[in-house]
Design a protein around this ligand. Structure first.
Ligand SMILES: *[C@@H]1O[C@H](CO)[C@@H](O)[C@H](O)[C@H]1NC(C)=O
Ligand SMILES: *[C@@H]1O[C@H](CO)[C@@H](O)[C@H](O)[C@H]1NC(C)=O
Ligand SMILES: *[C@@H]1O[C@H](CO)[C@@H](O)[C@H](O)[C@H]1NC(C)=O
Ligand SMILES: *[C@@H]1O[C@H](CO)[C@@H](O)[C@H](O)[C@H]1NC(C)=O
Ligand SMILES: *[C@@H]1O[C@H](CO)[C@@H](O)[C@H](O)[C@H]1NC(C)=O
Ligand SMILES: *[C@@H]1O[C@H](CO)[C@@H](O)[C@H](O)[C@H]1NC(C)=O
Ligand SMILES: *[C@@H]1O[C@H](CO)[C@@H](O)[C@H](O)[C@H]1NC(C)=O
Length: 805
């Protein structure tokens, strides 16, 4: 191909021999998730991967599990083979193909529709084949959506060595939480050795080779000027050729559609079917043919032009009359093509290969490879050429990089969807049907639960554009920052998603919270949090650093090396927090909440709890997680806003729960629970303890009433608390828990009392040596009355499942 003279014949001969050889190689059509063999609309037979004795499923390791599922709603225009059934993976899973050595097409088929229990866009995964990374953090649903496709096919070319087993592994991404992988079909087709692999012995015109150590990913395969060609009508290699309507942008004005036979004198017939060479786009002087092709930036591309002068292409008569300039990419790759010289005569098919490197651009990762055929050349030499450019077919492959990687790993940016009300209603239904046991389990796991009321009055979510609010990170930057979202770097986990520790700008530690895309209200929370935090800067609030919205929604915060208060109370590895440390933390939190409630901000946090209180190196407390926060009442005449109840069980203000009236006092209630949690080191909801008082709030009230406060205090605090301090602390904490919000103190009052408690403690500590009175005594004397305001209306509101009815 590289020389217009004799060696071409040798080349052709070589290919021909190869062609004869490869036809007996085996082809594999695997219909994933199917338990029977079936025929597709093209008449090919697919084997089910769940048929008894199916030999390709390698993963029988105990932890590698997969689920077989059917698309819940298959579009009638989609071939059920192989798109109806899928195999779904929640952990890495390997298919093992003991294939013959040589070059192979590997095709993966995806139908990103809904499967039982698995909803897009939760599909984020990595696919490797042998040493090659084919796809990283790939989301078929987002990709198909952005391309306007119902199904997605991916084609790769690989070389299999002698005795090598082809292992194809699907690994769900570690973000978002609950990400899964799936595949509907896998096709492995043997390929003639010299079809796309170009040995160094006979390189491309520019000296480039495609060695066996390279993997290729198909980006575009176009039948220029013609109709799409189905895999069944390809030359035995089951390739799909598309028409070029979507990417043709040139001014070329003629289309060739011939029925003349194509002479495969210079190339093997399998290179492209005759239909490709029988149709073309052409033009004449002063005009050009151009295609705008979307590719991933930062990779090298292999571009193959299929050329054939056809009888009815006007004016092509003799050699040298049909030279034209091919310009690929940035214009640096100019080449002169002379079809008649290459092919020798009309009707003879040839192809020409080029390589172009696309520089890395932007944060989206996509770029446009521009291909243009014309008679303009920057060096002027060919300016006067009397040329008629023509192009019959076009193939563009991405070449794997030096790390054997083909994956750009960037998903199209998804649009923030409108709040979906029907989905909310569905959730209410699901929750109300849930059994108490499941419900209890959720409570014990300490997850944030969203409680939906029938109507969300007054709550108008203004669509917020995030542009300009904070630093925008690319997914790739955050991937680099977290070692590709390494599970070992997970520092937080919950219903919202996962939090990773990462490192940006060459050494700054950050906390990277990847939101779960399927969480209802996910994008609203994401927007709310960024909107709130970008305006807030305060010592006791965690700082926002930036965000990312590329398929996954991610928020980047300052890193808090001390972890959460919750970890220090329950699962602590280090020494338990001292009483003074707890007091100081409670004061920091009180300051933070007071700041939020202040005149200038008027923010109600709605989810104050120990897992949302973070500590820095010096145990300075900072409030985090503003996903549920909202702005409080703006007019002075009202003290509350009416809104759907959100929050976490055990911490939710009972009045808010019953009336949907949210006020700053709801945060005061939650903070009261936190105060007792710090004193007792007992979770806000713990069903193991006592059926009567499963919530901490009820339980402490009960214990104080019967004079047993000492028994429920954290044993680690024994002997540390001065009686005066305890009295002040318990007193203010109890006031926070008052069922009537009007009787609860403001945060300013709470802060004042806590500071007083700290002073009392410090006084005692200074007086040191006597260990003071017994705490129990304090609670048993007359002062007891101080703390107890028996409330006749007190109900065990948090644990009662009847609320769901
Ligand atoms: C497999 O799962 C078990 C428990 O489910 C776990 O202890 C073990 O570490 C897992 N092994 C691997 C390789 O992940
Ligand atoms: C590449 O693979 C082909 C087919 O397996 C083989 O014939 C050829 O020798 C290999 N080339 C090199 C350089 O290994
Ligand atoms: C392929 O997978 C099988 C089963 O998991 C494993 O035994 C084999 O070593 C793997 N081969 C390669 C080349 O990775
Ligand atoms: C080419 O011609 C055939 C029949 O003559 C017709 O069916 C086909 O649609 C034409 N293709 C194009 C792209 O015009
Ligand atoms: C293959 O080509 C033939 C003839 O052009 C056409 O009738 C048939 O529908 C094509 N097959 C498919 C699957 O497109
Ligand atoms: C050719 O080059 C001339 C001058 O640079 C320009 O005006 C003309 O538009 C070009 N034609 C095409 C087809 O690119
Ligand atoms: C290619 O198309 C994209 C979007 O459709 C456009 O932004 C870009 O400018 C085009 N490139 C050229 C060279 O026309």
């Amino acid at each position: 191909m590289n020389s217009p003279t004799n060696p071409q014949f040798v080349h052709f001969f070589f290919i021909f021999i190869n062609y004869l050889c490869f036809t007996d190689a085996e082809n594999i059509f695997l219909n994933c998730g199917s338990s029977s063999n079936s025929i597709d609309l093209n008449g090919r037979e697919w084997a089910g991967d769940s048929t008894p004795g199916s030999k390709f499923i390698a993963s029988h390791q105990p932890n590698e599990t997969s689920i077989v599922s059917k698309a819940t709603n298959l579009n009638p225009s989609i071939d059920p083979v192989p798109y109806l059934t899928a195999r779904i993976f929640q952990s890495p899973f390997t298919y093992s193909f003991p294939v013959t050595p040589g070059h192979k097409f590997l095709r993966l088929f995806f139908n990103p529709s809904a499967y039982h229990g698995f909803q897009s866009p939760g599909d984020f995964f990595t696919v490797t084949a042998g040493p090659f990374t084919l796809l990283t953090h790939f989301s078929p649903s987002l990709t198909a959506q952005s391309l306007g496709l119902k199904t997605l096919d991916k084609e790769f070319c690989l070389h299999i060595q002698e005795n090598q087993v082809l292992n194809i592994t699907f690994s769900p991404s570690s973000v978002p939480l609950g990400a899964f992988a799936f595949v509907n079909g896998i096709e492995i087709i043997s390929m003639p050795a010299h079809l796309y692999y170009i040995s160094r012995a006979r390189p491309m015109p520019n000296g480039f080779a495609v060695p066996n150590s390279t993997a290729l990913e198909l980006m575009h395969r176009l039948n220029i000027g013609g109709d799409s060609i189905s895999p069944a009508n390809d030359s035995g290699l089951y390739r799909r050729w598309l028409d070029d309507e979507a990417c043709f942008v040139g001014s070329g004005d003629c289309v060739v559609n011939s029925t003349a036979p194509i002479k495969y004198w210079k190339i093997a017939p399998y290179v492209a079917p005759a239909k490709v060479y029988q149709t073309a786009r052409c033009t004449n002087k002063q005009k050009s043919l151009s295609w705008n092709l979307t590719v991933d930036s930062g990779f090298t591309y292999f571009v193959r032009l299929h050329l054939c002068e056809l009888h009815n292409h006007p004016e092509v008569t003799k050699h040298g009359r049909n030279k034209f300039v091919v310009r690929i990419g940035n214009g640096k790759t100019d080449a002169v093509e002379d079809v008649i010289t290459w092919s020798g005569r009309r009707g003879v098919a040839v192809y020409r290969d080029h390589v172009v490197k696309m520089p890395k651009v932007g944060n989206y990762g996509k770029t446009h490879l521009f291909l243009s055929l014309g008679n303009n050349n920057s060096n002027n030499k060919l300016r006067a050429l009397d040329s008629d450019p023509i192009l019959n077919g076009l193939e563009v492959f991405k070449l794997s990089d030096s790390q054997s990687n083909l994956a750009a790993g960037v998903n199209p940016v998804s649009k923030i969807p409108e709040a979906d009300k029907s989905r909310d209603r569905k959730l209410v239904f699901i929750i109300s049907g849930a059994t108490l046991a499941a419900f209890t389990l959720i409570l014990l796991l300490g997850l944030t639960i969203f409680i939906f009321r029938r109507k969300e009055s007054n709550e108008k979510d203004k669509s917020v554009t995030l542009r300009g609010l904070c630093r925008r990170f690319t997914l790739e930057e955050l991937r680099d920052a977290t070692n590709n979202f390494d599970r070992a770097l997970v520092i937080g986990n919950g219903g919202f998603g996962r939090v990773f520790k990462g490192c940006i700008d060459g050494g700054t530690p950050v906390a990277i919270k990847a939101l779960k895309p399927t969480s209802t209200q996910g994008s609203k929370e994401f927007e709310a949090e960024i909107k709130m935090l970008s305006d807030l800067r305060y010592r006791h609030l965690v700082s926002l650093i930036g965000c990312c919205d590329e398929g996954v929604k991610i928020i980047v915060y300052e890193y808090m090396p001390g972890g959460t208060l919750r970890d220090h109370l329950y699962s602590t590895k280090g020494p338990p927090l001292s009483w003074k440390q707890r007091l100081e933390i409670s004061i920091g939190v009180a300051r933070g909440i007071k700041y939020l409630h202040g005149e200038n901000t008027k923010i109600i946090h709605r989810d104050i709890k120990p897992s949302n209180i973070l500590l820095d190196d010096n145990l300075v407390a900072k409030i985090s997680d503003f996903g549920l926060s909202r702005f409080g009442p703006t007019s002075l005449s009202r003290s509350h806003v009416t809104t759907g109840v959100r929050g976490t069980f055990g911490y939710v203000d009972p009045e808010y729960f019953e009336t949907s009236r949210l006020s700053v006092k709801s945060d005061v209630y939650s903070f009261g629970v936190v105060l007792f949690e710090m004193l007792c080191a007992r979770p806000a909801v713990d069903l193991r303890l006592d059926d009567e008082q499963p919530t901490l709030a009820e339980w402490v009230r009960h214990c104080i009433k019967v004079g047993k406060l000492k028994q429920i205090m954290d044993p680690n605090l024994k002997g540390q608390i001065s009686p005066g301090c305890l009295k002040a602390y318990v007193g203010i904490a109890l006031k926070c828990l008052n069922n009537d919000r009007h009787k609860r103190p403001t945060m300013a009052a709470v802060l004042k009392k806590l500071k007083r408690a700290l002073e009392l403690q410090e006084c005692t500590d200074a007086a040191s040596d006597d260990n003071g009175e017994d705490e129990e005594e304090i609670m048993n004397n007359n002062d007891k009355q101080l703390f107890l305001k028996p409330n006749k209306n007190a109900k065990v509101v948090h644990s009662c499942p009847t609320f769901w009815n």
